[in-house]
Design a protein around this ligand. Structure first.
Ligand code: ADP
Ligand code: ZN
Ligand code: ZN
Length: 733
């Protein structure tokens, strides 16, 4: 009989821990809770994390196998990490092994070494320093490297070399071999000068900073409701400075698009600290290294996106989550967690303050403030000399819309450009036009795999489906009646670009959407160009609404807002209000006052009226009251069961079985809506249905799902479908 057993979270879609025996002749000291192992699983083997070392197992010893390999000599996940992940697996009803696997950066998930790589630094040796140039004249690349190192006059990392644009490794190695270049290894040097701001914080900023500082080393969630430009980032920087002064680490979470090199530089310029970043643009190695440095305490600050919330911290002191209303913090596939909610739980476990910052708080967070769970603080005014922009509606009902832009908007654009100032035009959709239609028979280009229209992309004359990504050439004639008069309806960023480039042929014009910024450096190029100043037009999708600071923009035009006013999703009005407020926040961020013009056919719509006359805060209060009366989140709790299959009958058969399972269950306090076809029934060739479960409290939802979900996979009909459960869904599509 073995002395002990291991309970392991195996990366597999099963919601249980697996029991294993220790490796033959190994002793208990070699094992640790939080350590990664390779274990036999079925006919192959998988990676898992040890979650418990126990003296007994429910299973017969003969049925148990020993683990194969220990990947770590000590734990990579701490007790608090494990506590958090076990909570998350339970709360989100997601298989525990998958939760653990997702929480680790990819290399660690795949069994890579949990070792911090030292960074190589290169410098000229004494001999190299006094070298005669002609010694190198026959090897121009070595000469270029040598000259470069001579100019640097300090050790540098290999990050600097790619600027040569050629293969620098071989010539560098030659220099090293000859003893002219020396290599040293270190963690990362941090010798830069910091720049202190030229202003001092205002009263609203200062009182918040003091509040948070006083609560160091205790848990508290703060909702920092600061209008755009009110100096939230400045507040973050000072809070982080304080955290660093206590010898503690800070984790800053941001939506993917706002974590730009500019922002990282702003942090670097202000903080003397070892900072790491964590986002999808990095290599697996870079992400793993960043994670490990926070885990072992080498790094002090991490700037990261959603999945950075699972980073293990050695000395946690502060968590900040910026743009807390942003739905990109919710993972929409697989393990569907909310990084905001996980971060709050994390802060609670770590006993540290967490700051949720935004100009447009989510209704969830406001509700938590009302319930005294979160502490509220406002930064009501723009910092420095900037003032709030004026917002006006343009009633389009009686306007002749010249190519989608109304005369008042065109006039305002003209006036702005004349003053050598910049304009942002916000369009909700990329591409040229969302509908391609035949004039004679009414045929429209439809995606064959989705219940969606193909979007026309004019430049390359292609039709693209924005839902499944499939595309094809624009047909020359109508496939139904062979007429050649196909015309585009509706608008997208490219169409507005087309209109404006004809109207202002001499004004630089930039389009910012997912099509134009696919290349990693494209966004930086745009920012550089815009900051040169002068009259310019920027056209973009919501990518433009976030984070970026364009000081010379004084006019923001919102070209099409009406679709957001009529959606079947109950969160659509909240999204629209946030979007308008965020886009408007791009106007007049410095001395010059900003104006916002919104084109609409619904000028009397209550949402627009409230936003314009009373602002976002009043809108949010009204919306919360409405949600309460309608018994919707955040007052009630939802879970969405999504099912899809290649045949509709497979989905229906499965859902009928699910219905039979639910039939005899206790349903007190539970409301079921559906099953119904998803708003887009067919997507990527699969038919989609959903069942919405809503309860008045969390516990009822939890208990219902704990009983129901384990019964689903054993159903025979489940083999032909994919199903998932989404807890607190933010998107009912
Ligand atoms: P937010 O993050 O709320 O949009 P930022 O922190 O980026 O705001 O601040 C907007 C601008 O105002 C920045 O250029 C910042 O340096 C400046 N700023 C911040 N706080 C102050 C202050 N107290 N006085 C003057 N300028 C400030
Ligand atoms: Zn036709
Ligand atoms: Zn499609």
């Amino acid at each position: 009989m073995p002395e002990f057993y291991l309970k392991i979270a195996i990366d597999a879609p099963l919601d249980l821990l697996f029991d294993y025996l220790p490796i033959k002749n190994s002793s208990v000291e070699e094992y640790a809770v939080g350590q990664r192992v390779i274990a036999p699983f079925g006919r192959s083997s998988r990676i898992g994390v040890v979650l418990d070392i126990t003296s007994h197992s429910q299973l017969d010893d003969k049925k148990l196998k020993p683990v194969k390999t220990l990947l770590d000599s000590s734990a990579v996940l701490s007790k608090l990490d494990i506590k958090l992940l076990r909570w998350a697996a339970d709360y989100y009803h997601h298989p525990i092994g998958e939760v653990f696997s997702q929480a680790l950066p990819k290399q660690l998930r795949k069994g890579g070494d949990a070792q911090i790589k030292l960074i190589k630094n290169y410098a000229l040796s004494a001999q190299g320093n006094s070298l005669q140039v002609d010694k190198l004249k026959r090897s121009p690349r070595q000469l270029a490297l040598w000259t470069f190192l001579l100019q640097q006059n300090k050790p540098i990392t290999s990050d600097a070399f790619p600027c040569f644009g050629w293969a620098w490794r071989a010539p560098l190695n030659s220099l090293i071999k000859k003893g002219w270049v020396v290599v040293s290894e270190c963690l990362e040097q941090n010798t830069h000068q910091t720049i202190e701001p030229s202003f001092s914080t205002n009263v609203a900023q200062q009182s918040f900073i003091q509040k948070v500082i006083r609560s160091a080393n205790t848990y508290q969630t703060y909702l920092l409701d600061g209008v755009t430009g009110s100096g939230k980032t400045e507040v973050y920087l000072q809070l982080i400075q304080h955290t660093l002064s206590l010898g503690q680490q800070a984790l800053i979470l941001l939506p993917e698009i706002t974590l730009t090199p500019q922002l990282a530089n702003r942090f670097r310029q202000r903080l003397v600290a070892h900072m790491v970043v964590f986002h999808s643009g990095l290599s697996d190695t870079q992400r793993t290294q960043a994670w490990l440095k926070m885990q072992n305490g080498d790094a002090d600050i991490m700037l990261g996106t959603r999945s950075a919330v699972f980073t293990s911290m050695k000395n946690p002191g502060l968590i900040i989550l910026d743009e807390e209303h942003d739905t990109s913090f919710k993972q929409q596939e697989g393990f569907r967690y909310s990084a905001r909610d996980v971060a709050v739980m994390r802060a609670r476990d770590y006993k540290v303050p967490i700051v949720l910052g935004t100009a447009t708080p989510s209704l969830e967070s406001l509700h938590n403030v009302n319930a005294s769970r979160f502490m509220y603080h406002a930064l009501p005014e723009r910092a420095g000399n900037a003032s709030a922009p004026s917002i006006k509606l343009i009633d389009c009902t009686n306007q002749t819309l010249d190519k989608h832009l109304s005369p008042p908007l065109l006039k305002a654009i003209g006036a702005c450009l004349e003053k050598q100032e910049q304009v942002i035009l916000f369009v909700n959709r990329r591409g040229f036009a969302p509908v391609l239609m035949c004039r004679s028979c009414g045929w429209v280009a439809q995606c064959s795999r989705c219940d969606a229209r193909m979007v026309l992309h004019q430049k390359n004359q292609r039709l693209k489906c924005h839902h499944c990504g499939c595309e094809g050439a624009k047909p020359l004639a109508c496939p139904d009646c062979q007429q050649t008069e196909l015309f585009p309806l509706g608008l997208g960023t490219q169409r507005i670009e087309d209109v404006l480039s004809k109207a202002y042929p001499n004004t630089p014009l930039t389009r910012i959407d997912r099509d134009s910024t696919q290349n990693k450096d494209a966004m930086q190029a745009v920012i550089d160009k815009v900051s040169e100043g002068g009259a310019q037009i920027l056209i973009g999708t919501q990518m433009l609404a976030k984070g970026h600071h364009f000081p010379n923009v004084t006019l923001v035009g919102i070209v099409d807002i009406d679709a957001g006013l009529f959606s079947c999703d109950f969160r659509a009005s909240e999204r629209t209000a946030q979007l308008i407020t965020q886009v408007a926040g791009r106007a007049g961020r410095e001395e010059k006052p900003g104006h916002v013009l919104i084109q609409t056919h619904q000028p009397n719509h209550p949402l627009l009226q409230t936003l314009i006359n009373d602002g976002y805060a009043q809108f949010a209060r009204d919306a919360l009251t409405e949600r309460e009366h309608a018994q919707l989140p955040p007052f009630h709790y939802q879970a969405l069961l999504r099912v899809n299959a290649i045949k509709e009958s497979y989905v229906n058969r499965f859902l009928a079985d699910v219905g039979r399972l639910i039939e005899p269950m206790e349903k007190n306090g539970i409301e079921l809506f559906g099953p119904v076809p998803a708003p887009m029934l067919k997507r990527s060739g699969r038919f989609r249905y959903q069942l919405l479960i809503q309860t008045a409290d969390r516990k009822t939802r939890y208990q219902f799902l704990k009983r129901l979900l384990p019964q689903l996979n054993p159903l025979k009909s489940s083999r032909f479908v994919r199903w998932s459960i989404d807890i607190d869904p933010v998107d009912l599509y």
